[in-house]
Design a protein around this ligand. Structure first.
Ligand SMILES: C[S@@+](CC[C@H](N)C(=O)[O-])C[C@H]1O[C@@H](n2cnc3c(N)ncnc32)[C@H](O)[C@@H]1O
Length: 241
């Protein structure tokens, strides 16, 4: 259901459209999009956009790409971006896995945020979760060595599933939060909307942080229905030396 407050974002103004990238399956031309090549941060599933716009305002010398499959939230975030006078952000209304796989060049990203991804809490629905092994493999390809991948969720079994999935891709990601592998309720500079709601409800939040190693990522999987989430595929991952 579209709330009355969101209905106004059904029509995009030219100013909002300026911050929104075209739909396509082609790889992005990042220098053409942002001018000089600068560190690129990507937020996946940015929702109402409070985090990505605050980060882009705080880091005017870096570029930001946001991916969100709800087009009204994309327009709302572009509206926020314009209000903040941002020119270092591009937003895309797309499925995140397809976008990562098809549109982001190899080793172009310096930081990735996935904050409160849809939790799909019912056991039967967990295969719909975004951060699968196949997704992590595609994420490894687009991440430059040293890229930080940050994941947060109040659904602790999702965070544990991500930890487990990362452990099945040996050598690609180094866990920054060892020995436990995760942290609970750490302070955050720009809390997202969900983070604020969940903290107000008294939920504890699990945070993960990984650094991309310099091990080359395995070749992309050729899966029928390329980019669709949740397909069961056999990954052949080279062992870490
Ligand atoms: C629970 S909300 C969290 C939003 C925001 N990150 C926050 O913390 O407030 C999850 C967001 O991810 C988006 N999303 C879920 N699956 C997605 C996908 N496959 N591709 C792009 N966006 C997705 C949803 O539309 C929603 O806005």
């Amino acid at each position: 259901m579209v709330t009355a407050g969101m209905r106004r974002y059904k029509i995009r103004t030219p100013e909002q459209a300026r911050l929104i990238g075209q739909e396509s399956h082609e790889p992005l031309d990042l220098p053409a999009m942002f001018g000089a090549l600068r560190p690129l941060r990507v937020e996946i599933g940015f929702g109402h956009g409070e985090f990505i716009t605050a980060m882009a305002a705080a880091h005017p010398d870096e570029s930001f790409i946001g991916v969100e499959h709800d087009p009204l939230r994309v327009t709302k975030t572009a509206h926020r971006g314009n209000k903040a006078g941002l020119d270092n952000i591009q937003l895309f209304a797309a499925d995140a896995h397809s976008f990562v796989r098809q549109r982001l060049p190899t080793a172009c990203v310096s930081r990735v945020y996935i904050l409160f991804a849809d939790p799909w809490p019912k056991p039967d629905h967990r295969r719909r979760r975004l951060v699968s092994r196949a997704f992590l493999l595609d994420l490894a390809r687009i991440s430059a060595p040293g890229c930080q991948f940050i994941f947060a969720s109040d659904t602790h079994n999702y965070a544990m599933q991500v930890l487990s999935n990362v452990s099945t891709l040996p050598g690609l990601w180094a866990n920054s939060y060892l020995p436990a592998g995760y942290r609970i309720n750490i302070p955050t500079r720009f809390p997202t909307l969900f983070e604020t709601y969940k903290k107000e409800e008294g939920c504890s939040i699990a945070y993960l942080s990984f650094l991309r190693t310099s091990q080359p990522s395995p070749p992309p999987l050729t899966v029928p229905g390329d980019g669709r989430r949740n397909r069961k595929v056999n990954l052949r991952i080279p062992r870490a030396e």
